[in-house]
Write a protein that binds this ligand. Sequence first.
Ligand code: SF4
Length: 196
Amino acid sequence: MEALQDIDVSRHLETLYEVYDEIENAYNEAARFYDFSCQGCEENCCTTVFYHHTLIEYFAVIDGFDSLPDELKEEALRRAKDYVKELNKFRGKEPLLKRFCPLNFDGLCKIYRHRPLICRIHGLPGFFKHPTKGIQQFGGCNRFERLKNSSREKLIDRTKFYTKIATLESQLRRDMNYVIRFQKTIAEMINDRILL
Ligand code: SF4
């Protein structure tokens, strides 16, 4: 594997951020259709344990993290360490852990432009046409399901987003000669930042 500093991920990241913009547009269009917003939500998606599975999204998170002021980085790193300690007690039963992502400060994501796909798309129902497993459907978040009675009139088609990100991931892994499975929470990404 090449050393991290030898890899130029910037062109891959530029493409990823274009895909993120497309996701944002699709999400906003569906949110308008349902007249749905996160405002006033008493739960917070940022307390859900999400694992992220792509290196390219790891680099986007780190890109966002690195642009934070030093004092925020230090605080996020401190929180990430505590988070991972706690997460280790909940391996295999992650849904039981409700703890804020270390990058959420006062209810706001500090890497909003860089946040991963699942943070963007989790709230509204959608589907993915898997090349071999057929169609996979996703419900909305708890609030959506409660307020909209599991309405499925407008599903976000995640297929092209997943496909574009998968293509980017393959290109990046080829460039890096990286074959190891990737699965990390945001806290683990920050905590392990120097280890990759
Ligand atoms: S990255 Fe941002 S949006 Fe995603 S869980 Fe963390 S704070 Fe929330």
